[in-house]
Design a protein around this ligand. Structure first.
Ligand code: FES
Length: 113
């Protein structure tokens, strides 16, 4: 199993997300990692609508209630758990989900995401 170290879990505040660059399928990509307690989700930071970073306002990945991920370009809303767009111009499409784990307090991307 190929594990790529991303960052310590404690570097991401609970219920927050942090953008970073990681190797995905052999290429350097902008990704972001969401922390919910001891659980994490990671996605490629690339909106399926217009192929731009979803945090056009850097570091802002959520809607105001922090219940959904939000692309700041045209407001598409994505479910946090699976990246599915449920509202907006790319409804029905998804963010590219990445496989990640927390091991000994460190977040890793697994098998190139
Ligand atoms: S580019 Fe993300 S909603 Fe349009």
């Amino acid at each position: 199993m190929d594990k790529q170290e991303l960052c310590p879990l404690e570097d991401i505040e609970d219920d927050d997300a942090v953008g970073m660059v990681a190797r995905v399928a052999g290429k350097q990509r902008n990704i972001f990692v969401i922390r919910r307690g001891v659980h994490v989700h990671a996605y490629v930071n690339w909106c399926p609508h217009n192929q731009v970073l979803i945090d056009q306002i850097p570091g802002q990945f959520f809607n105001s209630e922090k219940t959904m991920l939000r692309c700041s370009k045209h407001g598409a809303l994505f479910q946090i758990n699976d990246g599915l767009c449920v509202e907006g111009p790319c409804q029905g499409e998804s963010l590219q989900s990445l496989k990640c784990v927390v091991d000994n307090g460190v977040i890793y991307l697994v098998d190139g995401g």
